[in-house]
Design a protein around this ligand. Structure first.
Ligand code: MG
Length: 258
């Protein structure tokens, strides 16, 4: 069952989400040729420590790191380690924080040096599909409308969306109800209501949609080893529309949702 959050709960999540997005910006600066994925994990852990926040990922179902680092054909859940990043790689960075018991979750894909025009375009379209998903998140719309916004944009550009993994509700836990698939049909699934907090996260593949999980039990890759990109933000549905919880409250303070 989907839990509806109060405005003060959203404000606490806003603190968690702001730390996450700030950390991703710092990580993007560090994502350069010659850097190992483990070094990025240490940067993420250090920024969490600086803010007195806890990792949402470390130990989650046994995940061994603070940051997920997914390179090229890796879709999500890559484990940081000795791998050295090379010019032309694209790197999905997925990160979560806990502040006062509330979670924030976000991800972005970062180019290592100069990347191919194809990789550039995949990243751009995936990011656009996230923005379209967010713009859809008004009360009265349905979860299928969000998925349809993502999928139709990806497909229009010749890409596919990953179907085995979804966005999700978020709040007192990292993954709560509902699931938020990145595909339609529009007009179906649960209706959006003020107080719903959702991590929206399109995973878009340059090739086929199918994925598989590597022997490390975590890293998800495209089955055809085509490039994949991933962007994620945590939002709250308010009566006035979507609030991206890593950004300032976008509506007049006088019309706050109690
Ligand atoms: Mg997530």
């Amino acid at each position: 069952m989907t839990t509806l959050r109060s405005f003060s709960e959203m404000e606490t999540m806003h603190r968690a989400c702001s730390i996450v997005v700030e950390t991703l910006a710092i990580l993007a600066e560090h994502t350069k040729p010659g850097v190992t994925t483990k070094e990025l994990d240490l940067v993420a852990a250090e920024n969490l420590r600086k803010h007195g926040a806890k990792s949402a990922f470390l130990g989650y179902h046994g995940f061994p790191a603070t940051l997920c680092v997914s390179v090229n054909e890796e879709v999500v859940h890559g484990i940081p380690g000795k791998r050295v990043l090379n010019e032309g790689d694209i790197v999905g960075l997925d990160f979560g924080a806990i502040v006062d018991g509330y979670y924030g979750d976000a991800a972005r894909t970062v180019a290592v040096g100069q990347v191919s025009p194809e990789a550039e375009r995949l990243m751009k379209v995936t990011q656009e599909s996230l923005m379209l998903a967010i713009e859809t998140a008004h009360p009265g719309k349905r979860l299928g409308d969000i998925g349809h916004a993502v999928e139709s944009h990806a497909v229009r550009h010749g890409y596919t969306v990953v179907r085995e993994l979804s966005g999700h509700g978020i709040g007192r836990k990292l993954h709560e109800d509902p699931q938020v698939p990145n595909y339609g049909p529009p007009g179906k699934r649960e209706r959006l209501q003020p107080g719903m907090c959702l991590a929206l996260e399109p995973m878009v593949n340059a090739g086929a949609a199918a994925t598989r999980t590597l022997d490390d039990k975590w890293t998800v890759v495209t089955e055809d080893r085509s490039l994949s990109a991933h962007y994620e933000l945590t939002i709250a549905v308010t009566e006035h529309g979507p609030w991206v919880l890593s950004e300032p409250y976008p509506f007049a303070q006088s019309v706050r949702h109690a």
